[in-house]
Ligand binder design. Structure first.
Ligand code: ZN
Ligand code: ZN
Length: 476
């Protein structure tokens, strides 16, 4: 664990400097002393990093229903208690999927020798028959292409190849992983390989959830490393290629788990809630350091620092560590259901789930006038490079069930340019998280959470969402 992070006097003075121009009269600005106490502590104490080390190195991966997930729930409860923050557990039934043995190889032909492929079953995938399945590969770039190929897909393993190069393209291609398998099955395919949704690769495959449509045959699906997707592409250029795929994964009965909920009660309007969330589960590979251990560490530390303020903020700050974001969203749904009666009093919700990187600004989903209001509070984040409102909408998979209640969303956006280098892979481990970046994002979350709970004004609520059921945003 690194020692306390240096905070230069110059930076601290920037954080706490009074604005040069007087603040608009209508806005009561939060005090510079509180900014120093929250932001200064987050930047120098290294507490979020220490928590993240406990979660990742101490517990490891935390897929829903696993021993790691249960250990993480107990760890979070103990940690909040140690921090002097009131905490309780809310029950959630979660899916339990286990990976089992898995392998894949290109079968040799007169043109080339056999090659092993680096794969990871997609979360939720069914197994192959015990001896594996062998079929010719057909390569496509899009869901439409599968449909256009018609009968040519029958009996084949569909390879979804794509051209993801940058983090911003994740949303564009994530549908190949979540929806591609059912599209391929409808066309008669027997299995699916999806090129990993990655911006860098040392031949490490990146998993993620597969969604099976009702009434469509469930066929096995795996992510293949970028390098092996390229290999298959080159081999296919010379003629037919057969792959053998063996997946031993299983779906077991649902397991008992919990959302971990903690809060600092508001001094004046305790019934009004500012929700700070992150998801405690991770995939079963790597240790979920960026996804979403970093988010967990940030919101836990925000609660610890806000909990030490005397007096407490005007409203309640509630931290929710959601269960099962990765393969079911049961935690997000269970929270919205259990708290339905008080959602009208949720004045803001924020979810950190894009890695432990440096903060770059703030995003919103609020009604007219929201941006002007928030902009006036962000001056203490300017020295961190996070003092402005950015284009785009705040959200979060676990917050999506709150959309019908028109809860305003706020987000601290981080620099995601390197997130998909490690996302959902064996490489998502603590060494990939920069302690300084994590500390800065933690500072930003603590400050934003505090001002939302403290200033007299609340964010205007956004318009009602479209009448059809809101779709969960592609989970970062
Ligand atoms: Zn996540
Ligand atoms: Zn994820």
């Amino acid at each position: 664990m690194p020692s306390a992070l240096p905070l230069s006097a110059a930076l601290l003075s920037l954080l706490t400097a009074s604005p040069k121009a007087p603040a608009p009269a209508a806005v009561t600005g939060p005090s510079p002393q509180v900014a120093e106490r929250l932001i200064g502590a987050a930047l120098t104490e290294g507490h979020a990093w220490a928590r993240l080390a406990e979660l990742t190195d101490g517990i490891g991966s935390r897929l829903s229903g696993s021993e790691g997930a249960e250990a993480a729930v107990q760890w979070a409860k103990r940690s909040f208690e140690a921090d002097g923050v009131k905490v309780w557990l809310e029950p959630v039934k979660v899916p339990r999927w286990v990976r089992g043995e898995e392998s894949a190889r290109v079968l040799g032909s007169e043109r080339f020798r056999a090659h092993p492929l680096s794969i990871l079953a997609l979360g939720g995938s069914v197994s192959t028959p015990a001896g594996g399945l062998t079929a010719e590969v057909i390569e496509v770039r899009s869901l439409d292409e599968v449909v256009a190929l018609g009968d040519k897909v029958k009996g084949k393993i569909v390879l979804f190849n794509h051209a993801m190069r940058e983090a911003m393209e994740y949303g564009k291609y994530a549908g190949l992983r979540t929806r591609g398998t059912s599209v391929a099955a409808k066309a008669g395919a027997v299995g699916v390989l999806v090129r990993s949704l990655a911006t860098a690769s040392l031949r490490s495959p990146h998993t993620g959830a597969v969604r099976y449509d009702e009434g469509v045959e469930r066929i096995p699906a795996a992510a293949v490393s970028v390098e092996d997707a390229e290999l298959l592409h080159r081999l296919l250029a010379g003629g037919p290629v057969k792959v053998e795929l063996k997946l031993g994964c299983q779906t077991l009965p649902d397991a008992d788990s919990f959302n971990v909920v903690a809060e600092v009660k508001g001094r004046e309007k305790p019934q009004e809630v500012v929700l700070l969330g992150a998801h405690l589960d991770s995939w079963d590979v790597g240790t979920g350091a960026h996804d979403d251990g970093a988010g967990v560490a940030m919101v836990m530390e925000a609660a610890r620092l806000i909990g030490k303020l005397k007096p407490a903020p005007r409203r309640t700050v509630r931290v929710v560590l959601f269960a099962n974001e990765e393969n079911g969203l049961r935690g997000g749904r269970a929270y919205a259901e259990a708290h339905a009666a008080e959602l009208a009093n949720h004045v803001a919700a924020l979810e950190m789930d894009s890695g432990g990187f440096r903060p770059v600004g703030v995003v919103l989903r609020a009604g007219p006038g929201g941006a002007e209001l928030v902009r006036s509070w962000l001056r203490p984040l300017e020295a961190l490079g996070a003092g402005s409102i950015l284009q785009g909408e705040a959200g979060g998979a676990d917050l999506s069930p709150l959309l019908p209640a028109r809860v305003p969303f706020v987000g601290v956006r981080v620099d995601i340019s390197r997130y998909f280098d490690v996302h959902h892979s064996e490489a998502d481990t603590l060494d990939k998280v920069d302690p300084k970046d994590l500390a800065q994002s933690t500072a930003a979350v603590a400050w934003v959470g505090y001002v939302l709970a403290e200033v007299p004004e609340v964010l205007p609520r956004p318009e009602a969402p479209p009448t059809e059921a809101p779709k969960a945003p592609a989970a970062p």
